[in-house]
Design a protein. Structure first.
Length: 296
């Protein structure tokens, strides 16, 4: 197996005190019970988790601080990076339905590592899987106007949607060719029935037809609550078939996946999944695409 240096395009660090969803009674989450991670997850622990895995760079993705603290989150992560040298890029949060979001983006832009925005749009009929207030927020005019501000900053948009939202997401990408959309968790395949898998694949094909969408191979244990190399391989092979290696990138989604696996085991499953690809494709998926998209 080729030991290509890994760029982790999706991980989190956090302080429990800053996260509303880690305070008070445990609210059901998409990834199941999470008592083991209802605590600080500092950069020191992340660096210990990735030791000896070949991981050389990483991208921090927002962790749902209070909306009013969107700038503070980016500033805090920038401070961590200044001290530790990790992470190497930041994807922050911004409410693109806020008429004053330009002020948030302008302040976030003062952090040198700022590279993108994630506003989670995923909506599902299952309330435990639901995050957004409605399935079609991306179609609202204010959202559409504000996402152009993301393009003006030269940033990507981390796109998190379920199968039922993929047609709208594809239209959003088609209408905003200056934005690179990074599809979260390979389209969040939550329905593993024959019908559910077929619908996911059809939606993914539609997304893949838009050249400014890339797919992040991350969070593949989210709905099965385990690191299953066979499942990882199936999703990776299908996604790369549709998007091509140059438009796929690895992300750990740590420490969420730490609920059921180690970082080393997660990396091993993904290395195994891409092992049949040519070396150049493996390098793109594990390293090159993330470096290009997040300008590392």
């Amino acid at each position: 197996m080729i030991q290509i240096p890994i760029v982790d395009a999706h991980h989190h660090i956090w302080r429990q005190a800053d996260l509303p969803w880690l305070q008070g009674p445990m609210v059901p989450r998409i990834f199941g019970p999470y008592e083991p991670i209802r605590r600080d997850y500092p950069i020191e622990e992340f660096l210990s988790d990735i030791a000896d895995t070949g991981t050389v760079k990483s991208v921090y993705v927002q962790t749902n601080w209070a909306k009013a603290d969107a700038v503070k989150e980016v500033e805090w992560v920038q401070g961590v990076a200044t001290v530790h040298g990790w992470p190497h890029a930041i994807v922050g949060y911004a409410d693109l339905l806020d008429e004053n979001v330009s002020d948030t983006l302008r302040q976030q832009a003062l952090s040198p590592l700022m590279r993108g925005v994630r506003m989670q749009l995923h909506w599902h009929h299952n309330e435990m899987y639901r995050f957004a207030a409605a399935p079609d927020l991306m179609n609202q005019s204010r959202f559409r106007n504000n996402i152009r501000l993301v393009a003006e900053h030269g940033w990507s948009f981390d796109l998190q949607v379920f199968t039922s939202q993929m047609a709208d997401a594809a239209r959003l990408a088609a209408d905003n060719p200056d934005v690179v959309f990074v599809l979260q968790h390979a389209g969040m395949l939550e329905d593993l029935s024959h019908e559910g898998h077929a619908a996911w694949r059809e939606g993914m094909k539609r997304l893949a037809s838009e050249e400014n969408i890339v797919s992040k191979l991350s969070g593949l244990g989210t709905f099965i609550h385990r690191n299953d190399p066979a499942h990882v391989k199936d999703v990776v092979l299908e996604t790369v078939e549709m998007f091509g290696a140059q438009r796929c990138l690895f992300g750990s989604n740590f420490p969420i996946e730490k609920l059921w696996t180690s970082y080393a085991e997660l990396v091993s499953a993904h290395r195994e999944a891409v092992a049949l690809f040519p070396a150049a494709d493996q390098e793109a998926i594990l390293n090159g695409t993330a470096k290009r998209i997040y300008r590392l």
